[in-house]
Design a protein around this ligand. Sequence first.
Ligand SMILES: Cc1ncc(COP(=O)(O)O)c(C=O)c1O
Length: 349
Amino acid sequence: MRVGLLELNSNENSLGMSDAARKAILESLDIGFRYPDDQRAALITKVAKINGVTESQISLGSGSSENIRTVVQMLQNKALRAGKKFQVIVPHPTFAYAELYATSIDVPVVKVPLVSDSYSFDLQGMQKAADDFNGISLFYLCNPNNPTATIAATDMLKEWVGTAPDHHYFLLDEAYSEYVTDSSFESGIAWIREQRSENIVVVRTFSKLCALAGMRVGYAVASPQMIAKLEAFISVDNTNLAGAVAALATLDDEAFLALSLRTANESRQLVEQTLDELGLRYLPSQASFIFHEIKGDVQTYINRMREHGIAVGREFAPITGFNRLTLGRPDEMTVFVKVLKSFREKGWV
Ligand SMILES: Cc1ncc(COP(=O)(O)O)c(C=O)c1O
């Protein structure tokens, strides 16, 4: 965090954590010398209940980043033991951690560009990458996708996942699913409940809507068999005491969750209205950020925004001319909008 800088670049929730979470953390300090077994167990029970699955279908993570890592490592290990090859297939651009963790253990990553114009996943291209490979493939699908903030067509995704062969695995990253307004969206957790496939893992996080990014709490949902395999790669007691109690308190705080969603929606509306006014294109945001056009060089725009005290995110290759902007609080977006409009007056955007 930089003092005085308006940070609209890391998809954090600048509303800040709920008062209930803050209180729970402070109260937990008295038992900070204990291991967090009880609080982790309570969180697993709660998360399982919310998602309509059993406790044996949840694996907590130190942020969902850890859950992503365990999926990659578990499958690499599985492939090694069976004397098979393993690869990760990702759309491009997307959230980088699956690629990052794969690369760190020498797992090859195939990047399949998004379909031009629609910016949707090229499901056929990804399928081909798997069909051309003699071994185990993991598809990492971020839905809504980061950085585009768009969702994949549910019907096509559901069909694809439900009919995939045994050696094709799906990691559905639903970090932003709580923000989705498109009623056609369906979570992969529903498909896990329906037992459409043994090969689906869905990861969720407390870093976005729940505003707990610094507390590092996330989780994976999958079949009990899959969770047991993933747990072998998790760092023991990964979700710390403060994170667990903060997550529990936030889940109980319906007013905060509603406020968090409402402010994100207000911010989105404000930014979309301004982009419309300025004639700058944007993709329909189903998340807490928006991917929008900048007329001119994006890096120059980013530098200029920084000179005006705003960190606005970045461009995501291979897409050019677009910037990913985090939706902060409405008052923060009002400041952003004012600066953006002043840039238009100067002919900079
Ligand atoms: C799509 C996506 N997945 C996962 C994460 C990481 O979340 P966590 O804080 O739970 O590790 C992020 C963070 O920005 C993200 O955008």
